[in-house]
Design a binder for this molecule. Structure first.
Ligand code: NAD
Length: 357
């Protein structure tokens, strides 16, 4: 299992994105996003997504260097259709526009439609937090076979539909909740399958609707489903993500016919906190909430109470120093995907080797 420094993974991702046709800025954005997802501990949304992106490219379902369509630009309302563009760039560009609008008038509601996979939603929350903005996003996943079984269902009807909310702090978001509404993200079942390990109890059901820990059917045969987290409440949030991103924001829905791509749509709200009130008081109160929550006595088996976003910050610090482990199957799949783009094994190895030290 290779353990690589972040810049080596970034270099190889950049090479693949360039060979997929992305111009320099887009390739750099994709590489930065994917490696930062690995750094944060979300291997499900890191470089392991590259084989999927290459497959989508070959199928004409991901469009590098796409120009987004501004469907509506009216004060606090911004509607952008990404037209299957490379998600990491399309979503970052759209969120940056929404941030600058919120800096002008206080807030912006962004309806962002039909982007190829936008990856880790927290990346966009971090952009907003860096500018002193609060960020909330309801996201759906469409154009793909259904993977999420809602509460009481024996078969899937939704995607993993992530929800994200974050507030700014002194070094990145002070608190950032960034999660799939399934018990685990689909990519985590893929990572478990690639490593040949079971998934935790309560995450998966098999084709008959019974609980299972074996990700094989789900990943290899597309049978069974990921369960919504938190029984009826998590399931309800997943349904609202679907409604907000498809019906309200106007993106493709899970109810539309799928072509086998991965399309994300998102209804995001960005608020410039300096326009809402005294930013110092808001920042102090955010810290007060955090400290109050963390001051609780840890439960049996735990050393401390964490707030959302803390695990990612810790993992980022650790992996920045120690490198990122990529499991053998994922590494082999990335190499095979690179080969379909005409990247030779020698070029691949040279790119990794030159950045390994
Ligand atoms: P996760 O379950 O690892 O974490 C979810 C949230 O819980 C995070 O905010 C994390 O900080 C917090 N958390 C974790 N452990 C905690 C603890 N002990 N105490 C307090 N808080 C804790 O994440 P996930 O649901 O597997 O999602 C992984 C990533 O997948 C996210 O970045 C998400 O945006 C992404 N995703 C993207 C898509 C897409 O289609 N683009 C779909 C689904 C998920």
């Amino acid at each position: 299992m290779p353990t690589l420094p972040p810049h080596a993974l970034k270099a190889v991702t950049h090479l693949i994105a360039r060979r997929m046709g992305s111009e320099e800025t887009e390739a750099a954005q994709v590489a930065d996003h994917l490696v930062r997802a690995n750094l944060a501990g979300h291997d499900s949304h890191g470089v392991g997504m590259l084989p999927t992106y290459v497959r989508l490219l070959h199928a004409g379902l991901l469009v590098p260097n796409q120009t987004a369509e501004t469907v509506l630009d009216a004060g606090a309302l911004l509607v952008i259709d990404a037209r299957r563009g490379y998600g990491q760039r399309m979503a970052a560009d759209a969120v940056r526009r929404a941030i600058s609008r919120s800096k002008e008038i206080g807030a912006c509601v962004l309806a962002f439609r039909n982007s190829s996979h936008i990856g880790r939603i927290g990346t966009y929350a971090e952009l907003a937090a860096a500018e002193g903005c609060a960020f909330t996003a309801f996201v759906n996943v469409a154009d793909h076979h259904d993977v999420q079984a809602t509460y009481q269902a024996a078969e899937p009807r939704l995607g993993t539909n992530p929800f994200c909310a974050a507030v700014p702090g002194p070094d990145g978001p002070a608190v950032m909740l960034d999660m799939a509404t399934t018990t685990i993200a689909a990519g985590k079942a893929r990572v478990a399958y690639n490593k040949g390990v079971p998934v935790a109890d309560g995450c998966l059901i098999d084709a008959s609707g019974n609980p299972t820990n074996d990700p094989t059917g789900f990943i290899r045969d597309h049978t069974g489903a990921l369960r919504a987290f938190g029984t009826h409440k998590g399931s309800g949030l997943a349904v609202m993500c679907e409604i907000m991103a498809s019906a309200v924001a106007g993106g493709q829905g899970a109810f539309h016919q799928a072509k086998g791509g991965v399309l994300n749509s998102m209804l995001a709200t960005i608020i410039d906190l300096s326009k809402l009130g005294d930013p110092d008081k808001i920042a102090a109160d955010i810290q007060a909430v955090k400290s109050h929550v963390k001051s609780a006595r840890p439960g049996p088996g735990f050393d401390e109470v964490l707030t959302p976003g803390e695990p990612e910050k810790r993992t980022t610090a650790k992996r920045t120093e120690q490198g990122i482990e990529v499991d053998d199957t994922t590494w082999r799949d990335i190499r095979a995907a690179a080969e379909t783009l005409g990247i030779t094994a020698a070029e691949f190895d040279q790119t990794v080797g030159a950045n390994r030290a």
